[in-house]
Ligand binder design. Structure first.
Ligand code: CU
Length: 164
């Protein structure tokens, strides 16, 4: 009897988790061509404005690089992104921020004596993963229900034995 009840509860929780996982996966998949974060960055002698950009892991990012003076580049160390722009033009790049962490941005065109100072940061914040928490909650619920059922069985048995 106890085994059947526990098995049924386990089955329900597993099915629930499977459904939750599927719906989460559907939500996190961005539609093709959809841009989550767009930035327009001005490069000049000798900085980027803004220098620091922050996104969430998995964001589809679009960056438009502009310059009002000489040629500059915008390179993310560790992301294989490198765009270059000449005076008065705009160059764009789109990519998915799939790696979490803080990455150095550098100018990839020697633009003058203070070129090494043309730098910034690309911050990719890790998206919270709720799946492990859901599994832990499921296991805890099963354990609690099992203990409850066992305790009540023992209580009834004890009562019945006393009555004899
Ligand atoms: Cu430069």
């Amino acid at each position: 009897m106890v085994v059947v009840v526990v098995a049924a509860i386990l089955l329900m929780i597993t099915a629930g988790l499977a459904m939750t996982r599927t719906s989460l996966a559907d939500d996190s998949e961005p539609a093709s061509g959809q841009v989550d974060k767009e930035f327009t960055i001005w490069a000049r002698q000798f900085d980027f404005t803004p220098a620091v950009i922050t996104v969430q892991q998995g964001d589809h990012v679009r960056v438009n690089l502009k310059t009002a003076d000489v040629s500059h580049g915008w390179y993310i160390d560790g992301y294989d992104i490198n765009i270059k722009v000449s005076g008065g033009e705009t160059e764009s790049v789109e990519f998915v921020a799939d790696k979490a962490g803080t990455f150095k941005i550098r100018c990839s065109v020697t633009c003058g004596p203070f070129h090494p100072f043309v730098a910034g940061k690309f911050v990719v914040q890790q998206s919270p993963n709720i799946i492990p928490w859901l599994i832990m909650a499921g296991v805890a619920a099963v354990a609690a229900v099992s203990v409850g059922i066992l305790a009540s069985q023992l209580w009834w048995r004890n009562r019945r034995d006393k009555g004899k």
